[in-house]
Design a protein around this ligand. Structure first.
Ligand code: ADP
Ligand code: ZN
Length: 432
């Protein structure tokens, strides 16, 4: 199977624009009537639902940001009767107090569909076995793919995250064909299998659907090699739906945004004006089919690039690149903007392990950055001089790519904490 809903996924651009216009107009009317908070924000911006006639009017609407969700915690932005809500989820709270979102039956049905679109795009069908190692709970990851697999009629294996030895037994015994988890957890599973001497080429595993955190192309290649699979990217966030907001196709060159349900904009974070295709911008989403939590113009703080170029897979939805990170993950080191994913690229290109951590501090009013990366077991027996030579080489590599001097420290194997969910790459002591 290649498509889950082929007619929708390959609809003409005119058709997509028509869906978006109708659905946006309706959603704006509904939130204006039902959610006092939105009505007030629209009044402050001097807009009424009558001003929104098509998708082209979207820029008239005010933005919504994380703070708005905190101010209305827990249910203040819900746009349906509370007895229509059949599920809530909450963000993992990576960046502050958790936020709460809700779903009606219809919302869950749509969520299942968009996750099924991702599963179909990686080649899964009714006969497939889907191993879900995203956490089940308030986090959206586990239930999202579970629902997609179930709706497709595939077999869901709801392992949830953690207990890596058990994950591996299940991968070996249950016939898992598609693994869904964070890329850092996939790497941890791969590493553990390597240590246990598991021959991954003997496993029926064919594809991985990895998302929920930034990861690089270099990491993708390593995961594909270590696990003997194709590794696909999936993007999502709690505020909009959960995983499946954008999904990667067989081309592996960016993720198609489910534009029949979400309108995407890429904006200059300072001016709020659109940036052209190919240029990095802050991603802003509007939900146009959701009943319980139809957020409008939500500023994700994720930086990515859009492409409307025709994709050879046949899908017509716009593609977004792998986000390079959030604006709030971006480190400003002595005035230079640095994304952790750029550091990952350098380390992996030079053949180092994806187990690294970035420590930032301020000493005598000067930002300092130290990158700790694990050495291989083999390297661990090298002489001190050899190790410091290697550290120096990485420092040079970072300097030439980032334009900023970082101190590099090679640390003993297995000393950097592994993650069963999202990896914690940065420790910024300047914020203390
Ligand atoms: P939290 O804000 O608590 O981390 P979420 O679990 O909803 O909540 O995380 C959503 C965020 O995760 C996105 O805004 C984005 O920054 C990141 N993310 C999700 N998928 C990807 C991906 N494929 N690549 C890079 N970052 C991603
Ligand atoms: Zn495609």
């Amino acid at each position: 199977m290649k498509f889950w809903q082929e007619e929708i996924e390959t609809a003409s651009r005119e058709q997509i624009a028509q869906w978006q216009s109708e659905r946006l107009v309706n959603t704006v009317k509904r939130v204006y009537e039902k959610v006092p908070y939105y009505r007030q924000k629209m009044e402050e911006a001097g807009v009424t639902p009558d001003d929104i006639k098509s998708v082209d009017d979207i820029s008239k609407l005010p933005f919504t940001c994380k703070q708005d969700l905190r101010d209305t915690y827990p249910y203040g932005l819900f746009a349906c009767d509370m007895d229509e809500v059949v599920r809530v989820h909450a963000s993992s709270g990576t960046t502050g107090k958790q936020i709460v979102v809700g779903y009606t039956k219809n919302d869950l049905d749509i969520w299942d569909d968009i996750c099924a679109r991702q599963l179909a795009a990686v080649g899964a069908d009714k006969s497939s076995k889907i191993h879900v190692s995203y956490g089940y709970g308030l986090f959206t990851g586990g239930f999202g793919f579970h629902g997609g697999a179930t709706k497709m009629g595939a077999m869901a294996i709801p392992v949830s995250s953690g207990n890596t030895a058990r994950q591996i037994t299940i991968l070996q015994d249950f016939g898992s064909e598609v693994l869904c988890c964070t890329p850092s957890y996939a790497m941890y599973i791969a590493e553990t299998m390597e240590k246990m001497g598991v021959d991954t080429s003997k496993l029926p595993l064919k594809a991985g659907i990895f998302g929920a955190e930034p990861w690089t192309q270099e990491m993708r290649l390593q995961l594909e090699e270590k696990l003997g699979i194709k590794a696909y990217d999936v993007y999502g966030l709690t505020e909009i739906m959960g995983p499946g907001v954008a999904y990667e196709c067989s081309e592996q060159t960016g993720m198609h945004v489910n534009e029949d349900h979400f309108i995407i904009e890429a904006l200059d974070p300072d001016t709020g004006l659109p940036v052209p295709d190919g240029q990095p911008g802050e991603i802003v989403f509007s939900c146009i089919t959701k009943e319980a939590f139809p957020i409008l113009r939500y500023r994700t703080r994720d930086i990515a690039v859009l492409s409307h170029e025709k994709c050879s897979c046949g899908r017509t939805f716009v593609k977004m690149s792998k986000p390079m990170g959030r604006t709030d993950d971006m480190l400003i080191i002595r005035g230079v903007n640095v994304f952790p994913s750029q550091i990952e690229t350098v380390l992996l290109n030079m053949g180092y392990s994806p187990n690294y951590q970035i420590l930032v501090d301020r000493v005598n009013n000067l930002d300092t950055i130290q990158v700790q990366v694990e050495m291989s077991d083999k390297m661990f027996s090298d002489t001190v001089t050899e190790i410091s030579k290697a550290e120096h080489a990485i420092e040079e590599g970072l300097k030439s790519l980032l334009g900023v001097a970082a101190d590099v420290k090679l640390v003993a194997p297995n000393t950097i904490a592994r993650s069963e969910g999202k990896a914690k790459r940065v420790v910024d002591n300047r914020k203390k």
